[in-house]
Design a protein around this ligand. Structure first.
Ligand code: MET
Ligand SMILES: [Zn+2]
Length: 748
């Protein structure tokens, strides 16, 4: 059997690419230099994949959807005509660009299916030029000398269209143009191409199926060098047609898409095609169970010749860190963790065993069995289990309904109309990072570290008061990351030293591992919040990360149910919330940034997931007194889909990411805002661009056309931690200015 992976991490083993991007944006290296660095990283990656038979070429300077837009010519006229360089245009659409006469807004982003990677959403409109930017073709071609074992990876037309924002272009027109663009591109790419079509794992309507099939029928002249790759689930709606398409190979996910095996068994698989067989998980880090994987392979192998089976990862390894080298894990999971490089090795080992008749006798197989049995025999925490089994309905319910709670809260808080607030984090400066590093590396005593953090909190409170913000935050300076911070306090979770995963562009996160029963061992936020509150008479929000977000942004154990894990975390947060409440904190915010993003791709699985997510949230928060205000915050949420679930959280105030989304998102909040308060973000914090007060004012007016003034809050999209202080303060100042102006108009 042959071997490959669906895709590879792109950020560099030691985040070289992140660093290169940042110094490039700071103007410290030239375009040639950054492109040279891209080449270095690509070579580094080829080295890491040298033992594989086939290798994907899937590097992207910022994002693969954005890069494909340039290759296809899905570019706004304004950008293409601007005087910016090729890279300038590219990064302008990625991050926004503002200088003299040029003002380009960043394209919106969206979670890449069920992962924590954000992709750019291209816009197709009458302004789209459909002129490919060949610079990107060239850079990619020099980056990667084509050889027969390498294949370019780009999103396929169906997935590209599904993720794009299509405005004011008739269907037949954009479809025809998009297809033509793919034709032009495929003509120009030498050698094999992998077209990624993860959108096939969504539920598909007949129309969608027709569209998809029409796309690929039309591309049939390139069929001999096309691999059609699916992942993140099974392709039950389109399997029969899919496997008959004129392409060289098909990629299926057998980890998240366990149904795919039944599809092969029911309908067969064309023996002359190659099957890229995704058997090593690409989204999680637990060691592969070889016994299971090989028995699966055995079943698949009865449908097609072995030489046509290519073992692969279930999806791109983009979603896991590079290597466990240099990491140390708790005893229970020692030898149980694999990152990208170890997964490459697993694929190689599985191919080796897969070709042996009595693989059970092979030492590699036996070693794996030993490690897997250790991993499955983890101890349980009996006290934690006891608490879980003692739960009853009342533990999920606040004492009064929201209609009665809000007036009580308004009395306690006494806020101006259209209260202003932020989402929690303030800019994380280089000094702060240095400080944290010093503390982690024991150069700095805990006492000094805490003092320094408190100084920053004090200055943050002062700044917010000066800006005239109504509900303050402490700035989250003590947190490197909103999940990792909590993980470092919770028993049952562990963090890594260098386990970075790309989130988007130069942004990376370091997901913790959630491997055991989770319990709270000490308070996590109380000291900071109470300190911040002691400095001001204005209310300071306490900010915690919610259960689903902790789970989704970690590598979560899979040996117990999602519900059980979520409830364990909820109980730990509940203890924290009780303590905060005793300390007279008046507002508590529980962030469920990842609630929507973990939503299963298939609708039939939504309800059971949402029940778990919302119950866990309520379990964590129901202990709050009616007069304590409960906020929650979400990003990238498409609320249209899940209004009942958002309602079911039973929060008092919801702040959401909205400024990059269309007004229909707001429309879907109309009902919600009849009863509860809501703060749709009034500007985009993902971009360094500073919005003007007028622009924000216009946006607030737009909000007021949907949301009753007594229920509207004014806040940015999300936390400010990635912004520079100057950008953050200027934007906040404009936000407050805009609000004050509107207040004046409305109330005097
Ligand atoms: C990704 S959501 C972020 C919420 C968090 N409280 C922050 O402000 O950074
Ligand atoms: Zn957010």
């Amino acid at each position: 059997m042959k071997t490959t992976v669906t895709g590879f991490p792109r950020i560099g083993k030691n985040r070289e690419w992140k660093k290169a991007l940042e110094i490039f944006w700071a103007g410290k290296i030239s375009e040639e230099e950054i492109l040279q660095e891209a080449q270095n990283i690509q070579q580094q990656h080829f080295g890491m994949m040298k033992d594989l038979d086939f290798v994907p070429i899937d590097f992207a300077l910022y994002d693969h959807m954005l890069e494909t837009s340039f290759l296809l010519g899905v570019l706004p006229d304004q950008v293409q005509k601007s005087s910016l360089s090729h890279l300038g245009k590219y990064f302008a659409l990625a991050r926004g660009f503002q200088e003299k006469s040029v003002d380009i807004k960043a394209w919106p982003m969206k979670k890449w299916f069920s992962t924590n990677y954000h992709c750019v959403r291209p816009k197709i409109s009458p302004e789209t030029t459909w002129e490919a930017d060949l610079f990107f073709l060239e850079y990619k071609s020099t980056l990667v000398k084509q050889n027969p074992n390498r294949r370019w990876v780009i999103p396929g037309p169906y997935t590209f269209a599904r993720l794009s924002i299509i405005e004011d272009v008739p269907e037949h027109e954009w479809q025809q143009k998009l297809l033509q663009a793919y034709h032009n591109l495929l003509k120009r790419i030498p050698g094999d191409v992998q077209l990624d079509e993860p959108a096939l794992v969504f539920d598909m309507t007949n129309r969608e199926k027709e569209l998809f099939l029409a796309f690929y029928e039309s591309l049939s002249s390139y069929g001999e060098r096309l691999f059609l790759q699916t992942y993140f689930g099974d392709v039950r709606d389109i399997y029969e047609e899919l496997v008959q398409l004129p392409v060289k190979g098909i990629g299926l996910d057998f980890v998240e898409g366990s149904e795919n095996l039944s599809l092969i068994e029911k309908f067969g698989f064309p023996p002359e095609k190659m099957l890229l067989c995704g058997i090593v998980a690409g989204k999680n880090v637990w060691r592969t169970n070889y016994e299971k994987a090989l028995s699966l392979l055995g079943r698949i192998a009865s449908y097609l010749p072995r030489e046509n089976i290519v073992l692969s990862s279930a999806c791109s390894l983009l979603h896991v860190p590079y290597t466990i080298e240099g990491e140390s894990f708790p005893e229970e999971i020692e030898n149980g963790v694999c990152f990208a490089l170890e997964k490459v090795e697993e694929i190689r080992q599985l191919a080796l065993l897969g070709d042996i008749l009595h693989y059970q006798d092979h030492p590699i197989f036996q070693k794996n069995r030993e490690m897997i049995s250790k991993l499955t025999a983890r101890d349980r925490d009996s006290l934690c289990l006891q608490k879980l089994s003692a739960l009853s309905e009342k533990d999920f319910q606040r004492a009064l309904p929201v209609e009665q709670r809000l007036p009580l809260q308004k009395e306690v808080l006494n806020l101006a109309p259209l209260p202003t607030t932020t989402i929690g984090s303030f800019p994380q400066t280089p000094e702060l990072r240095k400080l944290r590093k010093g503390f982690q590396e024991n150069v700095l005593s805990e006492e000094t570290y805490k003092q320094e953090i408190k100084k920053m909190i004090a200055s943050c409170i002062k700044t917010q008061e000066e800006l005239g913000i109504d509900v303050l935050v402490h700035g989250e300076y003590e947190r490197n990351d909103m999940v990792e911070y909590f993980a470092s306090f919770l028993k049952g979770m562990t963090t890594t030293k260098n386990g970075w995963v790309q989130s988007y562009g130069s942004r990376t996160t370091k997901p913790p591992l959630l491997y055991g029963d989770v319990t709270r061992v000490s308070s996590m936020t109380v000291e900071w919040i109470t300190y911040a509150q002691s400095l001001t008479t204005k209310p300071v929000k306490a900010i915690l990360t919610g259960p689903i977000t902790i789970i989704n942004w970690s590598f979560c154990r899979e040996d117990i149910s999602l519900k059980e894990v979520a409830y364990q975390i909820a109980l730990a947060l509940r203890e924290e919330i009780e303590e905060l409440q005793q300390k007279n904190i008046r507002i508590i915010q529980v962030d469920e940034a990842a609630l929507r993003e973990r939503l299963p791709l298939r609708k039939s699985e939504w309800q059971s997931y949402l029940d778990i997510a919302t119950s866990a949230f309520r379990l964590a928060t129901s202990t709050l007194l009616p007069e304590i205000q409960l906020h929650t915050h979400m990003c990238y949420s498409e609320f249209k889909d899940i209004p009942e679930a958002i309602e079911a959280l039973d929060a008092d105030v919801l702040t959401i990411e909205a400024s990059r989304s269309e007004l229909d998102v707001l429309e879907s909040l109309r009902t919600y805002s009849q009863k509860r308060d809501i703060g749709p973000g009034v500007y985009d914090i993902h971009s360094p661009r500073v919005p003007s007060a007028e622009e924000i004012e216009t946006f607030i007016q737009k909000l007021l056309s949907v949301i009753p003034v007594e229920h509207l809050w004014i806040n940015p999209d999300c936390g400010l931690k990635t912004r520079k202080e100057s950008e953050a303060y200027a934007s906040l100042q404009h936000m407050v200015e805009a609000t004050q102006k509107i207040r004046k108009n409305l109330f005097s």
